[in-house]
Design a protein around this ligand. Structure first.
Ligand code: KG4
Ligand code: ZN
Length: 342
């Protein structure tokens, strides 16, 4: 282990949705980041909350054990325990929170509660050579995942302002719903991305609902895809199979252009030249391309390593680390907050 004057070892737990994850950090560096995915939801076409919490119960002990082992750290070495306390699914959050609290009590170590959405933008501050760089304050982060879509102004680690967010579906959900309409397995976002590579993004025009400010709405878009596909299928049963790449490319183009339009306009209005991407949808190849192209218009862009974009405990660990050194400790009395605001 690295020798440091005051090494802080974080044990972080993330269990807000369907990934059970445990990470060990030495100060702002990740020593291990174990992520256990839950395959149990695939056949249902979406996350089933009750199954998610049961799977967390099965996965959490092995995930923590493996994270400690990979980091070559013992429980006695751990300085404190950080965990996700919201937002997320109540049953899922309860498993991580109860585990973290029980461990803190048994080991007589402090606790730090973490907001999952703060974790997504804080992933940029993990000290990792694979990152495109650490963002400079103030910056604007577009967080796009299966559960959230937000444009956030980050003035400092904990001083943030939401400038835009979805009024209905999240961007990842929009990708997943398009995939479902096309009979692709859940989560379909990566498959839409894959098929779109061979398609013509201008083949079909889908609705881009207009909403106030820098907010988003994807439900009208999803309905327009559904209605169009259903109509075409009436005259051609093989419409989807024969036009899969073009449909995926057009749908992807619609979602990405809605995201990028608001992000750029918002950054311009606030005169911010540093922009960041976070969340699982940051894996999307078109979004990455369009986001990176902002450089040509004077922006500095930041995208974390993919491992820290999708739900993971390392991003919870880095957030907890900054809270711990600012003495923002948690309590045994805290209850998970499924609708915790940023
Ligand atoms: O951040 P994340 O792992 O979990 C949530 O907090 O939701 O994001 C998962 C979401 C899913 O909706 C998935 O379909 C989407 O990210 N996603 C993608 C791609 N990779 C993951 N969407 C579009 N293109 C991708 N390449
Ligand atoms: Zn997330």
């Amino acid at each position: 282990m690295q020798n440091n004057a005051t090494p802080i070892i974080t044990l972080a737990i993330e269990s807000s949705c369907d990934d059970t994850s445990c990470a060990i950090l030495l100060n702002n560096k990740v020593l291990s980041n174990v992520i256990t995915n839950q395959d149990v939801h695939t056949k249902f076409g979406g996350v089933v909350p009750e199954l998610a919490s049961r799977a967390h119960q099965q996965n959490i002990v092995p995930a923590v054990h493996l994270a400690l082992q990979q980091a070559n750290v013992t429980l006695q070495d751990v300085t404190y325990i950080g965990y996700t306390n919201g937002p997320g699914l109540m049953g899922s959050l309860l498993v991580g929170a109860s585990f973290a609290k029980g461990m803190a009590l048994a080991l007589n170590k402090p606790l730090v509660e973490v907001n999952h959405m703060q974790g997504h933008y804080m992933a940029h501050f993990i000290d990792d050579a694979r990152h495109t760089g650490i963002p400079q304050f103030p910056f604007i982060c577009l967080t796009v995942s299966g559960g959230h879509t937000q444009i956030v102004l980050i003035k400092n680690y904990s001083d943030v302002q939401i400038l835009g967010e979805t009024l209905d579906d999240a961007a990842g959900e929009a990708f997943d719903k398009v995939a479902k309409i096309l009979d692709l397995p859940y989560p379909g976002g990566p498959l839409v991305d894959k098929y779109a590579q061979q398609g013509n993004a201008k083949a079909y025009v889908f609705a881009k609902p207009k909403v106030d400010g820098y907010n988003f709405s994807f439900s009208g878009f999803k309905t327009s895809v559904l209605n169009y596909i259903n109509k075409q299928k009436q005259s051609d049963a093989n419409f989807v199979t024969n036009n899969l790449a073009d449909i995926c490319a057009s749908a992807q183009h619609t979602i990405v252009s809605m995201l990028m339009k608001n992000l750029e306009a918002c950054a311009n209005e606030h005169n911010i030249k540093h922009v960041a991407l976070a969340g699982g949808v940051a894996a999307n190849s078109l979004l990455r391309k369009e986001f990176t192209a902002l450089k040509q218009r004077g922006f500095t862009t930041y995208i974390p390593t993919f491992e820290y974009c999708t739900d993971n405990a390392a991003m919870i660990g880095i957030t907890a680390y900054h809270k711990y050194i600012a003495n923002q400790l948690g309590t045994q009395q805290a209850s998970p907050q499924p609708r915790m605001a940023l």
